[in-house]
Write a protein that binds this ligand. Structure first.
Ligand SMILES: [Zn+2]
Length: 282
């Protein structure tokens, strides 16, 4: 490595090194090389590219408003209620959800078609919201993208969008493929359940979400199944948390018919008719 290159890396590293940050979920200090402002900048600048790579947003404003309204309910009671959150449904067929630093959360059509209740959707969005509030993506970027972040991401956090569209696309792909650690996934599962319950949703939606993901033996969501812990373990500890903390989930929302009419019927060529009375039943 030439002296000049070393100097460049060092100066970039100093730029990006903001030392430690407190994880609001655990209350503990963690090493963090990306500032909160850079989180927001990365999200803002790369969300359009990532949306494009995920097939573009689903062209249905009512469906988008529904997804966003549930996401916003969760975001407002989260550990970072003042950040700006965007919850977007995208056309991609894979079963997945993606959280960018700074509050841009995407859920794929493939995933939406697999869910059956609003509580399951709330569980999914709450899980992704924890990845944002605990800044898991920023930690994953530091760990997995390393120098490529320093070179490519430098422009993301600075004043200019990369001139080279190919490099921007490559950076966006890396963001989509970020993997969280086992500890981070467990934090997102457990704190996500707390978020959804505070927002008024039945916590069994989280268990059902994990069961659905476990049944996905062919389509492995990059976000959920490629990382540890295994879905079976997640079902066990989520059920245990319900027993110890949310034993009485009576009155908490499930929203089966609401989800059918707001999402499934809008995605389906053969919508199932729901009478207004059905909405009163859950
Ligand atoms: Zn996750």
């Amino acid at each position: 490595m030439t002296g000049k290159l070393t100097l460049l890396i060092l100066s970039l590293a100093i730029c990006f090194c903001t030392g430690c940050a407190v994880n609001p979920i655990t209350g503990e200090e963690e090493l963090m090389f990306i500032s909160e402002n850079q989180d927001i900048e990365i999200g803002r600048k790369y969300a359009p590219e990532i949306e494009k790579q995920l097939g573009g947003r689903i062209d249905n404003p009512d469906l988008q408003n529904y997804i966003d309204s549930i996401g916003q309910k969760i975001a407002r009671i989260s550990h970072r209620p003042n950040w700006e959150y965007h919850f977007t449904a995208v056309e991609h067929k894979m079963v997945n959800a993606i959280a960018l630093p700074g509050g841009h959360i995407f859920v794929t059509k493939g995933m939406l078609e697999k869910l059956t209740t609003e509580a399951q959707l709330a569980a999914l969005l709450a899980h992704e919201t924890v990845h944002v509030t605990a800044r898991h993506s920023s930690a994953a970027i530091s760990r997995q993208m390393g120098l490529s972040f320093l070179f490519l991401g430098a422009t993301a956090a600075g004043a200019n969008i990369p001139q080279d569209a190919g490099r921007a696309a490559a950076f966006a792909l890396q963001l989509i493929g970020l993997k969280y650690s086992r500890v981070q996934e467990r934090q997102a599962d457990v704190a996500g359940m707390d978020y959804m319950v505070v927002a008024g949703y039945n916590p069994y939606g989280a268990v059902e979400l994990m069961q659905m993901l476990e049944d996905q033996d062919k389509v492995k969501p990059a976000e959920f199944l490629s990382s540890h812990p295994s879905p079976e373990n997640r079902i066990i500890y989520l059920n245990a948390r319900i027993q110890t903390r949310y034993d009485s989930s009576e009155g908490l929302r499930i929203g089966k018919n609401a989800y059918r009419s707001a999402v499934l019927n809008r995605l389906s060529k053969d919508p199932i008719e729901i009478s207004p009375l059905d909405h009163l039943n859950n």
